[in-house]
Design a protein around this ligand. Structure first.
Ligand code: NAP
Length: 487
C-alpha cells in the first residue's frame, strides 16, 4: 500500500465512482467527504474489490486529509457545484503549499472557475476547472474529461498521466478522451457547450419520436426498432442507442411500454440555459443557437404540465395522420435528423470559438475537442470523428463548409423540408427541427429581410443604415422631407 498523492473530495455518486476508477488504474487515492459516514459506506462497499488497497479513506476534517496526501498533493473536488465547492476550497487552501493542485470536477459555471483561478493562483497553487461527462458509468469506467487551467505545462506534468489513465478510450483508435482544453474556465466552458449540444440532440430525437408516434401512428416498440436501425447508419451514437432501449422497455405492469407512462415534463439542471445565456453575452455580437435554444424552450414548456392540460381544453389543434408514403417519410426523418444535428453542432462550435476569444482560453482546438467527445460522454458518436478530420486537416470557417457536412446538408435539405411540412400539416410541434431548418436557410442566404428591419430602425430611432450600392452610413428624414443624408 503506497501513500496517496491524489485525493477525491466528495463521495457521492460521481466522486466515489471516479475515485474507484483511479484506484483501478493503479493510483493510490484518498477518499474524503464532508460527512464521514458516506466515505465509510463507499469504502466498505469497495473493500473486496481487487483495487481496494489503493483506496485510502480519511475520516475527520480537512487537515486530516492534507496530512495523508501532502501539502503539495493533487486534490480532485467532486461535490455540489457552487457554494459547496467554494467551501471545500476555502478549507483546503490554507493547508496547501505552492505546487499543490486543485481540480474542480463539479459542473461549475465557467465564470466561477475563472474567479477561483484569480483567487487561488496568487498562492502559487495550481487550479484546474475540469468538465467531466458520462454520468456515473463514465466516472467509474471512463468519462470524457475537459480540463482547463493555467497552464498546459502543469497539466502535462501533474494531470495528464492520471487523467489519461482514467478517461474513456475511443474505440476507433484507443486514444484517451481527455486533452488540455485551455486557460481559465475553458474546460468548464467546453463542457457547458457539450451539454447545450446534448440538449439539442435529445430534443431532435424527441421530436422525431413524437412525429412517428402521432403523425405516423406508430407504437413505442415500433419506433424503438426504427432507432435501432438508425443506429447502424449516419446517426450512430450513444443517444440513438439508448433511445431504442428506452422505447423498447416494457412497463413493469406488463401493459405496454414504460415510456408511455413516463410524465412528459423534462427537467433541467442549468447547463443548457447557461449555454444560451453565454451566446447572448458575447461582446462581438450574439452567437445564434436556435437549435439549442429550442431544446431549452421545449423543456421549459414541457415542465408546465398543468398549464398545458388547462390550455389543451381551450384550444383544439387535432393531430392528423400523415397520408403519404410512410416508409419514405421515415427515411426522410433519418436524413433530416442528421442535417439538423449538423446544424446544432455548427452552432455549438461557433459558440466555443466565440467564447475562446471572449474569455481568452488561448485557442480552443476544435479537432481535439471533437476527438475527446468520441467516447465517454453523452454525445459520443462516430460522427465526431468527421468533425475532427474536418478541423485537423484544413479548418473550415464554419462546420457547414467542411466537404462532408456540406454534401450532407445539400443532399438532405429536401428531406428536412419534407418532414417539417409533414409535421406542420399534422400539428406536431417541431421546434428544434424547424429552428435547424431556418438556421441553415438563413446562414446560407446571401440576402435576408433585415434591410427592412434597418429601414424601420432608422424610421423610429434614427439608428442609420448602410447601403448596398455605396459606402458610408445614412439616415433618411422619415418625418420630414424624406431626404437621405450621409453621416
Ligand atoms: P451531488 O449530489 O451533486 O453532491 C453531493 C456531494 O456534495 C456530497 O459529497 C456532499 O457531501 C457534498 N456537499 C454538498 N453540500 C456540501 C457543502 N456545503 N460542503 C461540502 N460538501 C457538500 O453529487 P454527484 O451527483 O456525485 O455530483 C458531484 C459533482 O459532479 C457535482 O458538482 C455534479 O454537478 C458533477 N457532475 C455530475 C455528473 C452526473 O452525471 N451526475 C456528471 C459530471 C459532473 P455530504 O455527503 O456531506 O452531503
Amino acid at each position: 500500500m503506497g501513500a496517496p498523492q491524489l485525493a477525491m473530495i466528495g463521495m457521492a455518486v460521481m466522486g466515489s465512482n471516479f475515485a474507484q476508477n483511479f484506484a483501478e488504474k493503479g493510483f493510490d487515492i484518498a477518499l474524503f467527504n464532508r460527512t464521514d459516514s458516506v466515505t465509510k459506506e463507499v469504502y466498505e462497499s469497495a473493500k473486496n474489490e481487487p483495487y481496494a488497497d489503493k483506496l485510502h479513506p480519511v475520516y475527520g476534517e480537512m487537515p486530516d486529509l492534507v496530512e495523508k496526501v501532502g501539502k503539495q498533493g493533487t486534490y480532485f473536488i467532486m461535490v455540489k457545484a457552487g457554494f459547496p465547492t467554494d467551501a471545500m476550497i476555502e478549507q483546503l487552501l490554507p493547508l496547501l503549499e505552492p505546487g499543490a493542485v486543485i481540480v474542480d470536477c463539479s459542473n461549475a459555471h465557467y465564470k466561477d472557475t475563472a474567479r477561483r483561478h484569480e483567487e487561488i493562483s496568487p498562492k502559487k497553487i495550481h487550479f484546474f476547472g475540469c468538465g467531466v461527462s458520462g454520468g456515473e458509468e463514465g466516472a467509474r469506467h471512463g468519462p470524457s474529461i475537459m480540463p482547463g487551467g493555467y497552464s498546459r505545462e502543469v497539466y502535462e506534468e501533474k494531470l495528464k498521466g492520471p487523467l489519461e489513465a482514467v478517461a474513456a478510450k475511443a474505440p476507433q483508435d484507443g486514444k484517451p478522451c481527455v486533452t488540455y482544453i485551455g486557460n481559465g474556465g475553458g474546460g468548464h466552458y467546453v463542457k457547458m457547450v457539450h451539454n447545450g449540444i446534448e440538449y439539442a440532440d435529445m430534443q431532435l430525437i424527441a421530436e422525431a419520436y413524437d412525429f412517428m408516434t402521432r403523425a405516423l401512428g406508430m407504437s413505442a416498440a415500433e419506433i424503438g426498432a426504427v432507432f435501432e436501425q438508425w443506429n447502424s447508419g449516419v446517426l450512430e451514437s450513444y443517444l440513438i442507442e439508448i433511445t431504442a432501449e428506452v422505447l423498447k422497455q416494457q412497463d413493469p405492469s406488463g401493459q405496454g411500454q414504460l415510456v408511455d407512462f413516463i410524465l412528459d415534463a423534462a427537467q433541467m439542471k442549468g447547463t443548457g440555459t447557461w449555454t444560451v445565456i453565454s451566446s447572448l453575452e458575447i461582446s462581438d455580437g450574439v452567437i445564434p443557437l436556435p437549435g439549442i435554444y429550442a431544446a431549452v424552450e421545449s423543456r421549459a414548456i414541457s415542465w408546465k404540465k398543468d398549464a398545458r392540460v388547462t390550455m389543451s381544453k381551450e384550444f383544439s389543434f387535432p393531430v392528423t395522420q400523415y397520408e403519404g408514403d410512410k416508409e419514405q417519410i421515415i427515411k426522410d426523418l433519418e436524413q433530416a435528423l442528421y442535417v439538423a444535428k449538423i446544424a446544432c453542432y455548427t452552432q455549438g462550435i461557433e459558440l466555443m470559438q466565440a467564447g475562446d476569444k471572449e474569455y481568452e482560453f488561448g485557442g480552443l482546438d476544435i479537432a481535439s475537442i471533437a476527438e475527446i467527445w468520441r467516447d465517454g460522454c453523452i454525445i459520443r458518436a462516430n460522427f465526431l470523428g468527421d468533425i475532427t478530420d474536418a478541423y485537423r486537416k484544413n479548418p473550415p470557417s464554419n462546420l457547414l463548409l467542411a466537404a462532408v457536412f456540406k454534401a450532407a446538408v445539400t443532399e438532405g435539405m429536401t428531406a428536412v423540408n419534407n418532414v417539417c411540412v409533414a409535421a406542420i400539416h399534422a400539428h406536431v410541434p417541431f421546434m428544434a427541427f424547424d429552428a435547424s431548418r431556418d438556421y441553415i436557410l438563413q446562414a446560407t442566404s446571401e440576402r435576408l429581410p433585415q434591410n427592412l428591419t434597418q429601414g424601420q430602425r432608422d424610421f423610429f430611432g434614427a439608428h442609420t443604415y448602410k447601403r448596398t450600392d455605396k459606402k458610408g452610413t445614412f439616415h433618411t428624414e422619415w418625418s420630414g422631407d424624406r431626404s437621405e443624408k450621409e453621416l
